[in-house]
Design a protein around this ligand. Structure first.
Ligand code: ATP
Ligand code: MG
Length: 183
C-alpha cells in the first residue's frame, strides 16, 4: 500500500482545495513558519482515523475546520481524501479488490465525522483497520511530529527505549510476553 495523493478542503489553513501528490522518496516537508507543514501531517493522521483532538493541536475535533482569516469567513466542514496505490494487494481483505483505494473523511459542524472508502460509507473503525497492518495509521511511529526529535533526545533512558521499541515495531512483543507470563 502506497499513499499517492492527499487532498485537503477546508482543513485548518487549507481553505481552498489543495492537492498534494506524494511521490516515492518523500521524507519531509520544508517551508516558512506557519505555512502549514504540520497541518499537512495532521491531515494525514486525521484521514487515517485520528480521534484525539490533542493530536491535532486542538481543543475539540471541529477545530480542524477552517476557522476564518482576516479576509475569509470560516467554513462549516473540512474534508481530507487520501489516495492509496494498492497494486501490491496488501489492503485487508474487505477492501482488497481494487488497484486504487480512496479514503475520505469529512467533518461537518455539529454533525461529526463521516468516512468513506472507495465511495462506500464506512465506520471510523473500518478506516483504522485499513491502516492497522500496514505500519501506517494515525499513531504510526513513521510519522514524526514536530518536537518529537528533541523529546527523544531529552527523554529518560527507559522512556527513550520505549519510543525506539515502538518505532521498531517490537512493543507488541513485550505486551504478549507479559500476557504469557501472567497466565
Ligand atoms: P512551523 O514552521 O512554525 O512549525 P508550520 O508550517 O508547521 O509552521 P502549521 O502549524 O502547519 O505551520 O500552520 C499554522 C497555521 O495554520 C497558522 O497560521 C494557523 O493560524 C493556521 N490554522 C490552524 N488551524 C486553523 C483553522 N482551524 N483555521 C484557520 N487557520 C488555521
Ligand atoms: Mg510545524
Amino acid at each position: 500500500m502506497r499513499f499517492t495523493r492527499l487532498r485537503l478542503n477546508g482543513f485548518k489553513s487549507f481553505v481552498d482545495p489543495t492537492d498534494l501528490v506524494i511521490r516515492d522518496g518523500l521524507t519531509g516537508v520544508v517551508g516558512p513558519n506557519g505555512c502549514g507543514k504540520s497541518n499537512l501531517l495532521e491531515a494525514l493522521r486525521w484521514v487515517m482515523g485520528e480521534h484525539r483532538p490533542t493530536a491535532m493541536r486542538g481543543g475539540g475535533m471541529e477545530d480542524v475546520i477552517f476557522a476564518g482569516a482576516a479576509s475569509r469567513t470560516g467554513r462549516n466542514f473540512a474534508e481530507v481524501s487520501l489516495h492509496i496505490d494498492n497494486t501490491d494487494r496488501l489492503a485487508p481483505a474487505a477492501f482488497n479488490d481494487a488497484d486504487a483505494i480512496e479514503v475520505v473523511r469529512r467533518i461537518t459542524r455539529d454533525a461529526g465525522s463521516a468516512y468513506r472508502i472507495g465511495g462506500r460509507e464506512v465506520r471510523a473503525r473500518d478506516v483504522q483497520m485499513l491502516f492497522a497492518d500496514a505500519a501506517s495509521g494515525a499513531q504510526s511511529p513513521a510519522l514524526v511530529r514536530q518536537g518529537q526529535i528533541s523529546e527523544l533526545i531529552a527523554a529518560k533512558p527507559t522512556a527513550r527505549r520505549r519510543i525506539l521499541e515502538d518505532a521498531a515495531g517490537i512493543a507488541g512483543l513485550y505486551q504478549r510476553r507479559h500476557e504469557a507470563e501472567a497466565k
